[in-house]
Design a binder for this molecule. Structure first.
Ligand code: UD2
Ligand code: MN
Length: 778
């Protein structure tokens, strides 16, 4: 009782306050401790989280490193290592001599040029080299890699969430495509519902086109659009070219449209017969007792047709893209494309494999249609049998041309009926690789005047294996308009900080594989329809694109394999060589301006005599160039292909005579000798690609009578104006040998310096030795 009283007393007045403060302090202390514990938890949590993320990154890095090392097929990031960008030096195959090609005309070998060896001065073979423009192959042996790629192909699709975590989803393939041993017939990328949905947009919400689980896709895309616009879209990857820096318009387009990671679609991801020949792009083997059959069937396509027929038409191939490609962003509203294949007498299995690779590895909503243009093939299987087979794919349309048009006009026929916003041309013996289409369309989307080409990889003509090619390769040409591949100069890569996945500006395209905005294609006047059958059209479209405001690029994240053949497996309606050189002459006349001399002067002199060739009417092509206000060829060389050496003359300056020790002088229409004076215009002569020794319009030439020399107005068709000089390493290299007379006659100065005549050539005669001040191309 007393205790209670005491307590009550304490709880009265100031005592009450004291107790309250005490209790409050205790409670406060307790709270504080709890809070401390909470925040401790927070800190440890944060630390833990960071460690987990770090570990995750480490694991990811390690697995990437081991994968790259193990597989070898992927591009290691070793662009600073010159060996990585240098082409394989070895031969591609036993009968293919991959070497430095452009040796004609005594030019130095260019270690960066990869093509086939051309016999010197034999233009007939030049077309052949152009045909077999096999890109430089990587050293990596394909066999080992292919096996590992299999494992990679089976790997689940990884999607990076907005929180940076990596989510693993199911493989992209639809369940019905994973079934073992399903017949090829059912293996189509065309969902049945597509028949009812001609818009082809159905895939947007389904699992077909999206690597995300159904339902999540559209949601996630919206999220991507909001969160990822700050990241570089594919198209913004720079290469030191101001055009490639994303301007505000692209940024705002990105914000409006939304972006997503490139869809790495592949319906062959779970091949039904993993042990099938050539599966995963591995080399297929031929037994000894089958070799005769291989040989017998070779000429049907000028590659191993026997093996091609044995390999599944929907085989899997290794994903050879650089590592970063799968993470690249592309826009949600890319334009859709018509894929156009032209063919004449294509091998059945190769044609089918080409078509299946497009169906299986393209997002359905971006593929308007596939147009097959049969260029009046002679094979029966390319008629009804083909129509029947393709009828199961609603997107495939076939045009049978009524007469042979050649690939150029066949492509035009395909383009004329195409409904897609973009045209994508492909050869009929290719295999499109994973994620090949979106990176191409992205470039067109960013700028309709960009003409993107995939990296062309090599499908071996012998064992049908899928082979990786060197990084940083671009398409170039050498005179006389011979296509080839060349590695980007190392300092250019360094200066512009290029990575292996950045688009590469290309002076010319190989020709067979590219996407182009359809309207832009027609604005450019499409192809010159006067080009026949095969050859030269890649030069024409390349010059046209660059000179009339467009750009050609190779997109390393888009890869397509192609069978490079040793010979055209089809007949040419006219002589093959004449067809190709006629096409090239048309291109030279329309596009090369004064540089056409370099074309004719490097092995095509004979085309200058119009009696030898009818290149047809060029009026429309020349008018087109004027109408489009295209830039000059000089502009093209200076801006697009500055590393190309294109001197307008072979030599120039004073023409010094060794015996006389004086220089040739032309004054008031008279030729004589005088003391050499470098500043004297009357002593300045050019030695041209036409092999003229000329001052302005006047050419030094035999006067026809006796052995005298005269000045005549220069004429390309007159062989009397042509002189061989330094054309060989022979004892007559310093001489000026008349091309006009059959026996070797040389230009000789009279001993007193008062005459000039043609005399039989003598190697030691100093009065027959001449020297120009500057030699540009000898
Ligand atoms: C390359 C190009 C090719 C073309 C050619 C020059 C690549 C991979 N290939 O030679 O597309 O630019 O250089 O013209 O860049 N075809 C016809 N009708 C004909 C002749 C050919 O439809 O009269 C088809 C042929 O079936 C093939 C395509 O055109 O699908 C290209 O012919 P190619 O494969 O013989 O040319 P290629 O690869 O040697
Ligand atoms: Mn081809």
């Amino acid at each position: 009782m007393g205790m209670m009283m005491k307590a009550r007393r304490y709880l009265r007045g100031s005592g009450r306050v004291l107790v309250f403060v005490l209790v409050a302090s205790v409670v406060w202390l307790l709270f504080d401790m709890a809070a401390l514990r909470l925040s401790m938890n927070d800190v440890t949590g944060q630390l833990l989280k960071e460690r987990v993320i770090r570990d995750q990154q480490l694991i990811r890095q390690q697995s990437r490193a081991t994968r790259a090392g193990r597989r070898g097929f992927k591009h290691p990031e070793q662009r600073m290592d010159p060996a990585a960008t240098r082409a394989a030096k070895g031969p591609l195959g036993s009968h293919l001599e991959l070497a430095h090609v452009y040796r004609h005309g005594g030019q130095k070998e260019d270690a960066n040029i990869h093509n086939l060896h051309l016999p010197e001065g034999d233009p007939q073979h030049k077309g052949e080299a152009a045909q077999r423009n096999v890109p430089p192959k990587r050293d990596d042996p394909p066999k080992k890699e292919a096996v590992n790629l299999d494992m990679n192909a089976m790997e689940s699709e990884k999607i990076r969430g907005s929180d940076g975590s990596v989510k693993v989803t199911l493989p992209v393939a639809r369940p019905d495509n994973i079934k073992d041993a399903a017949p090829i017939v059912t293996h189509t990328s065309e969902p049945k519902t597509n028949k009812k949905d001609p818009s082809g947009l159905k895939a947007e919400s389904g699992t077909d086109a999206s690597p995300l689980p159904a339902g999540e896709a559209s949601e996630r895309r919206g999220e991507d659009a909001r969160n990822k616009t700050l990241e570089k879209p594919v198209g913004s990857i720079g290469q030191g070219d101001p055009k490639d820096t994303p301007g505000p318009s692209i940024e705002s387009r990105a914000r409006q449209a939304g972006v997503h990671q490139v869809l790495s679609l592949d319906l062959t991801i779970a091949p039904r017969d993993a042990r099938a020949a050539g599966q995963f792009g591995q080399p297929a083997l031929v037994a000894n007792n089958e070799k005769a059959e291989v040989k017998k069937r070779w000429d049907e396509g000028h590659f191993n047709v026997f093996l091609s027929d044995r390999i599944p038409v929907d085989r899997a191939i290794p994903d050879t893209r650089p590592e970063t490609c799968a993470q690249k962003l592309v826009h949600d509203d890319l334009p859709s494309t018509s894929v156009i294949f032209c063919f004449v007498d294509e091998v059945w299995s190769t044609l089918l494999r080409s078509v299946h690779s497009v169906l299986n590895r393209s997002p359905a909503h971006l593929l308007t249609e596939i147009i097959l243009v049969d260029d009046f093939s002679t094979k029966d299987y390319l008629k009804e049998q083909l129509d029947t087979y393709m009828s199961q794919f609603p997107k495939v349309r076939i045009i049978h041309l009524k007469e042979r048009q050649g690939l150029i006009r066949a492509r035009l026929a395909g383009a004329a009926v195409a409904k897609g916003e973009v045209l994508t041309f492909l050869d009929s013996h290719i295999e499109c690789n994973l994620g090949w289409l979106e990176p191409l369309l992205e470039r067109v989307y960013l700028d309709r005047k960009k003409v993107p080409c995939p990296v062309i990889e090599v499908i071996s003509d012998k064992d049908m294996s899928y082979m990786l090619v060197d990084n940083f390769q671009r398409g170039i040409f050498k005179w006389p308009l011979v296509f080839g591949w060349s590695g980007l100069p190392e300092d250019h890569i360094k200066k512009n900080n290029l990575t292996i996945s950045d688009p590469i500006r290309c002076p010319v395209m190989a020709g067979g594989l590219f996407s182009i905005d359809k309207k832009y294609f027609y604005e450019l006047g499409a192809y010159d329809p006067g080009l026949d059958v095969w050859g030269g059209e890649n030069m024409e479209i390349s010059f046209k694109i660059w000179m009339c405001g467009g750009e050609i690029e190779i997109i390393p994240c888009s890869r397509v394999g192609h069978i490079f053949r040793g010979q055209n497996p089809y007949k040419f309606p006219k002589d093959r060589q004449r067809t190709v050189e006629r096409n090239l002459a048309r291109v030279a006349e329309v596009w090369l301006d004064e540089y056409k001399d370099l074309f004719y002067g490097n092995g095509y002199h004979h085309l200058l005599d119009k009696k030898n060739i009818d290149i047809g009417n060029l009026t429309e092509q020349i008018e087109l160039r004027e109408r489009l206000k295209c830039k000059s060829f000089k502009w093209y060389l200076d801006n697009v292909y500055p590393d190309m050496k294109a001197p307008l003359v072979k030599a120039e300056g004073l023409v010094f005579n060794h015996g006389l020790r004086k220089c040739l002088t032309l004054q008031h229409g008279v030729l004589f000798f005088d003391q050499c004076d470098i500043s004297s215009k009357s002593q300045h002569f050019n030695y041209t690609w036409m092999r003229h020794v000329r001052q302005q319009d006047l050419c030094v030439s035999p006067n026809g009578k006796a052995s005298g020399i005269a000045l005549q107005e220069c004429d390309h068709a007159n062989p009397a104006h042509n002189w061989f000089h330094k054309s060989s390493n022979s004892a007559l290299a310093d001489h000026l040998i008349s091309e006009f007379v059959s026996s070797h006659m040389c230009l000789e100065a009279g001993p007193q310096g008062d005459s000039l005549h043609l005399n039989p050539c003598e190697s030691r005669n100093a009065f027959q030795k001449w020297e120009f001040t500057h030699y540009h191309a000898l």
